[in-house]
Ligand binder design. Structure first.
Ligand code: TRP
Length: 368
């Protein structure tokens, strides 16, 4: 969707994203207090990413809760376009996916669209995207999904599972639909033009309602899916939209796999994390200590604080203390960065162990 100040499309995100404007432009609904209340009643707690509004918007989430309350089943679907190594921003929707699976006892499908990234990027080969598909699958599995209720779909490998559904969908999407939604032109390759049908297919892989946690940049695909669902006798997919994790360089730039120094990869060593945060993480602090003590810092633009808020400090009380201390000037930028480095490295140390284990089990997850 093009806009003066920011751009959010499935293949391109730039600028200072105004999430309130996106809700209006995309025509989604804000996650209301009432939905949070219903979620809490069912699950016994609310994931901090929901409570803090990291997941802030939805389509038909209330219908999924109705389904569940009527003792019917739904399933969960999400995915990743493998164009590089996994960074911590990718994990956000997957973490919520795991939480939903645990709380609602659902099946999960994870699509790795190696075809998509091959179509979308001039300079990447299909063997590279397929290699990254396995690399990304390791991170997904490492979050604790189990093979009995979780399946990974690698598009180029599992096309036989997807193709009949993809055909049903593709027949209902015409060129002007995808031109209108994605801004495609006569130069766009036909792989891209067809691709939405492939990303839609797993929505209907089970004959039950589906819930899709995703970064809001992916919503346009499913707007199309929702339009055509009734035409092929299917239920419209429901969606939970998350914010994009900003890059180290500042809140107005999304983490991108290709900018090595602006993102933290799941495989980064403790020292690399330390150097990246210290050197690159944009600070909301003042220019020197004296000024900082006097005026305090601004957590709303401080990347270390934002990472704590979005991901690494789930404890609300601790986060509030960091927030208040930073604003008052009691907490210095260097101290905040150092706390953040510790938190990220604690997470990554565990994650990297689970990755080593996950490598051995990939085949159990990939659809056969
Ligand atoms: N297009 C997504 C990306 O570029 C990958 C993807 C495939 C996906 N299926 C999905 C994302 C379903 C969210 C939900 O990363």
């Amino acid at each position: 969707m093009l806009n003066k100040d920011f751009t959010v499309t499935p293949w391109y995100v730039e600028g200072a994203i105004d999430y309130n404007k996106l809700i209006k432009q995309f025509g989604t609904e804000r996650i209301s207090e009432n939905i949070l209340y219903r979620l809490e009643k069912i699950t016994g707690d609310i994931h901090f990413m929901l409570k803090r509004g990291i997941f802030f918007s939805h389509r038909d989430l209330h219908k999924i809760l109705d389904v569940y309350e009527q003792n019917n089943k739904f399933f969960v679907y999400t995915g990743r376009g493998p164009s590089g190594n996994t960074h911590i921003g990718h994990l956000i929707p997957w973490i919520l996916t795991k939480w939903i699976q645990d709380k609602f006892n659902t099946n999960v499908y994870f699509q790795l669209s190696d075809d998509e990234k091959f179509f979308a990027n001039k300079n990447i080969t299909l063997s590279t995207t397929s290699r990254f598909a396995y690399e990304n699958a390791i991170d997904f599995i490492a979050l604790g999904f189990k093979p009995n209720n979780t399946k990974i779909i690698i598009n180029t490998k599992n096309i036989n599972n997807l193709y009949p559904l993809t055909c049903q969908i593709a027949k209902k999407i015409n060129l002007s639909n995808v031109k209108a939604v994605f801004g495609f032109t006569n130069d766009t390759n036909i792989g891209m033009i067809f691709y939405t049908a492939l990303q839609s297919a797993p929505c209907f892989i089970e004959n039950k309602p589906v819930l899709i946690p995703l970064g809001i940049d992916q919503d346009p695909h499913f707007r199309i899916t929702r339009d055509i669902a009734p035409k092929i006798g299917k239920i419209k997919p429901a969606i939970i939209h998350g914010m994009m994790m900003p890059s180290l360089l500042g809140i107005n730039s999304k983490m991108s796999t290709s900018q090595k120094n602006s993102v933290i990869y799941t495989t980064d060593s403790p020292n690399i994390v330390k150097n990246k945060i210290n050197k690159y993480a944009f600070s909301g602090g003042q220019s020197d200590i004296k000024m900082h003590r006097k005026k305090g810092g601004d957590p709303s633009v401080d990347i270390a604080y934002q990472y704590m808020h979005m991901f690494f400090e789930p404890d609300d009380k601790k986060l509030k203390k960091i927030h208040d201390d930073y604003i008052s000037g009691r907490l210095l930028t260097g101290e905040l960065k150092s706390m953040t480095i510790t938190k990220i490295n604690e997470f990554l140390e565990k994650h990297q162990h689970r990755r080593d284990e996950a490598v051995k089990h990939i085949d159990e997850y990939v659809l056969q």
